[in-house]
Design a binder for this molecule. Structure first.
Ligand code: AMP
Length: 248
Protein backbone atom coordinates (compact mmCIF):
# COMPACT_ATOMS: atom_id res chain seq x y z
CA UNK A 1 0.00 0.00 0.00
CA UNK A 2 1.12 3.51 -0.82
CA UNK A 3 0.48 6.32 1.68
CA UNK A 4 0.16 9.91 0.47
CA UNK A 5 0.85 12.65 3.02
CA UNK A 6 0.02 16.29 2.18
CA UNK A 7 2.37 18.64 4.06
CA UNK A 8 1.89 22.40 4.30
CA UNK A 9 4.53 25.07 4.88
CA UNK A 10 3.26 27.41 7.59
CA UNK A 11 4.66 30.02 10.01
CA UNK A 12 6.58 28.15 12.71
CA UNK A 13 4.41 27.57 15.79
CA UNK A 14 6.97 29.36 18.01
CA UNK A 15 6.78 32.61 16.05
CA UNK A 16 4.73 35.49 17.41
CA UNK A 17 2.44 36.34 14.49
CA UNK A 18 2.37 39.99 13.39
CA UNK A 19 -0.56 41.38 11.43
CA UNK A 20 0.37 43.64 8.49
CA UNK A 21 -0.28 47.32 9.15
CA UNK A 22 -2.95 47.48 6.39
CA UNK A 23 -4.81 44.44 7.80
CA UNK A 24 -4.40 42.56 4.52
CA UNK A 25 -2.85 39.51 6.18
CA UNK A 26 0.02 38.44 8.40
CA UNK A 27 3.69 39.32 7.97
CA UNK A 28 5.60 36.56 6.15
CA UNK A 29 8.83 38.44 5.41
CA UNK A 30 11.82 37.20 7.44
CA UNK A 31 9.58 34.85 9.41
CA UNK A 32 10.65 31.29 10.22
CA UNK A 33 8.50 28.77 8.35
CA UNK A 34 8.12 25.06 9.17
CA UNK A 35 6.00 22.04 8.41
CA UNK A 36 2.50 22.27 9.87
CA UNK A 37 2.76 20.33 13.19
CA UNK A 38 -0.27 18.12 12.44
CA UNK A 39 1.40 17.16 9.13
CA UNK A 40 4.54 16.07 11.01
CA UNK A 41 2.24 13.72 12.92
CA UNK A 42 0.80 12.50 9.59
CA UNK A 43 4.29 11.82 8.19
CA UNK A 44 5.26 10.00 11.41
CA UNK A 45 2.17 7.79 11.23
CA UNK A 46 2.84 6.90 7.59
CA UNK A 47 6.46 6.04 8.45
CA UNK A 48 5.33 3.82 11.34
CA UNK A 49 2.99 1.98 8.94
CA UNK A 50 5.92 1.45 6.57
CA UNK A 51 8.23 0.32 9.36
CA UNK A 52 5.52 -2.06 10.57
CA UNK A 53 5.29 -3.63 7.09
CA UNK A 54 1.79 -2.20 6.45
CA UNK A 55 2.86 0.37 3.83
CA UNK A 56 5.28 0.02 0.95
CA UNK A 57 5.88 3.67 0.07
CA UNK A 58 5.34 7.08 1.66
CA UNK A 59 4.90 10.05 -0.69
CA UNK A 60 4.86 13.63 0.63
CA UNK A 61 3.02 16.26 -1.40
CA UNK A 62 3.05 20.02 -0.90
CA UNK A 63 1.29 22.81 -2.73
CA UNK A 64 2.93 26.20 -2.64
CA UNK A 65 5.83 28.38 -3.79
CA UNK A 66 9.41 27.24 -4.48
CA UNK A 67 10.16 27.18 -0.73
CA UNK A 68 7.56 24.43 -0.22
CA UNK A 69 10.31 22.03 -1.38
CA UNK A 70 11.96 22.68 2.03
CA UNK A 71 8.85 21.25 3.69
CA UNK A 72 8.92 18.24 1.36
CA UNK A 73 12.65 17.78 2.14
CA UNK A 74 11.78 17.76 5.86
CA UNK A 75 9.32 14.91 5.22
CA UNK A 76 11.97 13.10 3.14
CA UNK A 77 14.52 13.59 5.94
CA UNK A 78 12.06 12.07 8.41
CA UNK A 79 11.92 9.02 6.10
CA UNK A 80 9.37 9.58 3.30
CA UNK A 81 10.45 7.99 0.01
CA UNK A 82 9.72 10.74 -2.51
CA UNK A 83 7.97 14.06 -2.95
CA UNK A 84 5.50 15.78 -5.23
CA UNK A 85 5.53 19.57 -5.43
CA UNK A 86 2.59 21.38 -6.99
CA UNK A 87 4.24 24.71 -7.60
CA UNK A 88 2.22 27.89 -7.34
CA UNK A 89 2.89 31.41 -6.09
CA UNK A 90 -0.83 32.18 -5.82
CA UNK A 91 -2.56 31.91 -2.44
CA UNK A 92 -4.47 28.60 -2.53
CA UNK A 93 -7.74 28.11 -0.65
CA UNK A 94 -8.62 24.73 0.92
CA UNK A 95 -11.10 23.92 -1.89
CA UNK A 96 -8.37 24.40 -4.52
CA UNK A 97 -5.90 22.42 -2.35
CA UNK A 98 -8.45 19.59 -2.12
CA UNK A 99 -8.95 19.63 -5.91
CA UNK A 100 -5.18 19.51 -6.50
CA UNK A 101 -4.82 16.69 -3.95
CA UNK A 102 -7.63 14.82 -5.69
CA UNK A 103 -5.71 15.05 -8.98
CA UNK A 104 -2.47 13.90 -7.30
CA UNK A 105 -4.35 11.07 -5.55
CA UNK A 106 -5.79 9.89 -8.86
CA UNK A 107 -2.28 9.80 -10.36
CA UNK A 108 -0.65 8.13 -7.36
CA UNK A 109 -3.48 5.71 -6.40
CA UNK A 110 -2.59 5.48 -2.67
CA UNK A 111 -4.50 3.16 -0.32
CA UNK A 112 -4.49 5.88 2.33
CA UNK A 113 -4.11 9.66 2.50
CA UNK A 114 -3.14 11.06 5.91
CA UNK A 115 -3.57 14.83 6.35
CA UNK A 116 -3.26 17.11 9.34
CA UNK A 117 -6.61 17.90 10.96
CA UNK A 118 -5.89 21.57 10.35
CA UNK A 119 -3.18 23.93 9.21
CA UNK A 120 -2.16 26.18 12.10
CA UNK A 121 -1.91 29.26 9.88
CA UNK A 122 -5.55 29.61 8.83
CA UNK A 123 -7.14 26.94 11.10
CA UNK A 124 -9.46 25.99 8.24
CA UNK A 125 -9.93 22.29 9.10
CA UNK A 126 -11.49 21.74 5.67
CA UNK A 127 -9.05 20.10 3.29
CA UNK A 128 -9.27 16.46 4.40
CA UNK A 129 -13.05 16.60 4.50
CA UNK A 130 -13.32 18.20 1.05
CA UNK A 131 -10.80 15.75 -0.43
CA UNK A 132 -12.86 12.81 0.91
CA UNK A 133 -16.02 14.32 -0.60
CA UNK A 134 -14.41 15.00 -4.00
CA UNK A 135 -12.99 11.46 -4.18
CA UNK A 136 -16.10 9.81 -2.70
CA UNK A 137 -13.81 8.09 -0.14
CA UNK A 138 -14.61 7.37 3.52
CA UNK A 139 -12.91 9.61 6.07
CA UNK A 140 -11.98 9.53 9.73
CA UNK A 141 -11.06 12.95 11.10
CA UNK A 142 -9.19 13.76 14.36
CA UNK A 143 -7.55 10.33 14.58
CA UNK A 144 -5.78 9.37 17.80
CA UNK A 145 -5.14 5.75 16.75
CA UNK A 146 -4.87 4.10 13.35
CA UNK A 147 -4.78 0.37 12.63
CA UNK A 148 -4.57 -1.29 9.23
CA UNK A 149 -6.75 -4.34 8.64
CA UNK A 150 -5.93 -5.60 5.14
CA UNK A 151 -7.14 -2.83 2.84
CA UNK A 152 -9.41 -1.40 5.57
CA UNK A 153 -8.65 0.84 8.53
CA UNK A 154 -9.77 0.98 12.15
CA UNK A 155 -9.52 4.51 13.47
CA UNK A 156 -10.08 5.87 16.96
CA UNK A 157 -11.32 9.46 16.84
CA UNK A 158 -11.24 12.09 19.53
CA UNK A 159 -14.77 13.39 20.04
CA UNK A 160 -16.21 15.63 22.75
CA UNK A 161 -15.88 13.85 26.06
CA UNK A 162 -14.65 10.53 24.67
CA UNK A 163 -13.41 8.35 21.87
CA UNK A 164 -15.19 6.89 18.85
CA UNK A 165 -13.84 3.91 16.91
CA UNK A 166 -14.77 3.59 13.25
CA UNK A 167 -13.94 1.14 10.50
CA UNK A 168 -13.26 2.46 7.00
CA UNK A 169 -13.12 0.58 3.75
CA UNK A 170 -9.95 1.58 1.94
CA UNK A 171 -8.91 3.61 0.10
CA UNK A 172 -9.59 6.21 2.77
CA UNK A 173 -8.76 9.61 4.19
CA UNK A 174 -7.55 10.08 7.77
CA UNK A 175 -6.75 13.37 9.50
CA UNK A 176 -4.44 13.49 12.51
CA UNK A 177 -5.08 14.72 16.02
CA UNK A 178 -2.34 15.72 18.45
CA UNK A 179 -2.29 12.48 20.42
CA UNK A 180 -1.84 10.12 17.43
CA UNK A 181 1.93 9.98 17.93
CA UNK A 182 5.03 12.01 18.71
CA UNK A 183 6.88 12.80 15.48
CA UNK A 184 10.57 11.95 15.20
CA UNK A 185 13.36 14.43 14.52
CA UNK A 186 15.29 13.93 11.32
CA UNK A 187 18.85 12.75 11.97
CA UNK A 188 21.77 14.42 10.20
CA UNK A 189 22.53 11.37 7.99
CA UNK A 190 18.86 11.25 6.98
CA UNK A 191 18.88 14.99 6.18
CA UNK A 192 21.85 14.32 3.86
CA UNK A 193 20.13 11.28 2.30
CA UNK A 194 16.94 13.32 1.74
CA UNK A 195 18.82 15.63 -0.64
CA UNK A 196 19.06 12.78 -3.13
CA UNK A 197 15.44 11.65 -2.90
CA UNK A 198 13.29 12.62 -5.93
CA UNK A 199 10.74 15.46 -5.91
CA UNK A 200 8.45 15.61 -8.93
CA UNK A 201 7.30 19.11 -9.86
CA UNK A 202 3.99 19.93 -11.48
CA UNK A 203 1.62 22.86 -11.91
CA UNK A 204 -2.08 23.39 -11.24
CA UNK A 205 -2.56 23.81 -15.02
CA UNK A 206 -1.06 20.38 -15.67
CA UNK A 207 -3.47 18.94 -13.11
CA UNK A 208 -6.37 20.82 -14.72
CA UNK A 209 -7.30 22.74 -11.56
CA UNK A 210 -8.55 26.32 -11.54
CA UNK A 211 -7.06 28.17 -8.54
CA UNK A 212 -9.33 31.24 -8.81
CA UNK A 213 -10.26 32.27 -5.25
CA UNK A 214 -13.84 31.84 -4.04
CA UNK A 215 -13.34 33.81 -0.85
CA UNK A 216 -12.40 37.42 -0.09
CA UNK A 217 -10.50 37.96 3.13
CA UNK A 218 -11.98 41.27 4.20
CA UNK A 219 -9.74 41.97 7.18
CA UNK A 220 -7.13 40.40 9.44
CA UNK A 221 -6.75 41.83 12.94
CA UNK A 222 -4.88 41.16 16.18
CA UNK A 223 -6.92 39.71 19.05
CA UNK A 224 -8.07 42.52 21.34
CA UNK A 225 -5.77 42.90 24.33
CA UNK A 226 -7.10 41.88 27.75
CA UNK A 227 -7.96 44.72 30.11
CA UNK A 228 -6.20 44.81 33.49
CA UNK A 229 -7.79 42.91 36.40
CA UNK A 230 -8.77 44.30 39.82
CA UNK A 231 -7.69 43.13 43.26
CA UNK A 232 -10.44 42.62 45.83
CA UNK A 233 -9.89 42.98 49.54
CA UNK A 234 -12.15 40.14 50.68
CA UNK A 235 -14.29 37.21 49.56
CA UNK A 236 -17.39 39.30 50.36
CA UNK A 237 -16.26 42.02 47.95
CA UNK A 238 -15.57 39.34 45.30
CA UNK A 239 -19.10 37.90 45.67
CA UNK A 240 -20.58 41.43 45.48
CA UNK A 241 -18.62 42.21 42.30
CA UNK A 242 -19.61 38.90 40.67
CA UNK A 243 -23.27 39.50 41.61
CA UNK A 244 -23.15 43.03 40.13
CA UNK A 245 -21.57 41.68 36.95
CA UNK A 246 -24.43 39.15 36.68
CA UNK A 247 -22.09 36.16 36.97
CA UNK A 248 -23.81 34.83 40.11
P1 AMP B 1 -6.67 23.13 6.42
O1 AMP B 1 -7.93 22.53 5.88
O2 AMP B 1 -6.17 24.31 5.62
O3 AMP B 1 -6.75 23.44 7.90
O4 AMP B 1 -5.51 22.02 6.25
C1 AMP B 1 -5.69 20.69 6.67
C2 AMP B 1 -4.59 19.80 6.10
O5 AMP B 1 -4.63 19.83 4.67
C3 AMP B 1 -3.15 20.20 6.44
O6 AMP B 1 -2.79 19.74 7.73
C4 AMP B 1 -2.38 19.50 5.32
O7 AMP B 1 -2.25 18.11 5.58
C5 AMP B 1 -3.31 19.69 4.12
N1 AMP B 1 -2.96 20.93 3.38
C6 AMP B 1 -3.56 22.14 3.47
N2 AMP B 1 -2.95 23.02 2.65
C7 AMP B 1 -1.93 22.35 2.03
C8 AMP B 1 -0.93 22.69 1.08
N3 AMP B 1 -0.83 23.93 0.59
N4 AMP B 1 -0.06 21.73 0.69
C9 AMP B 1 -0.15 20.48 1.18
N5 AMP B 1 -1.07 20.09 2.08
C10 AMP B 1 -1.95 21.01 2.51
Amino acid sequence: MKVLVPVKRVIDYNVKIRVKADGSGVELNNVKMSMNPFDEIAVEEALRLKEGGKAAEVVAVSIGPAQATETIRTALAMGADRGVHVKTDAPVEPLAVAKLLKAVTEREQPGLVILGKQAIDDDCNQTGQMLAALLGWPQATFASKLEVEGTDFKVTREVDGGLQTVKLQGPAIVTTDLRLNEPRYASLPNIMKAKKKPIEEMTADQLGVDLAPRLDILKTSEPSSRSAGVKVASATELVEKLATAGVL
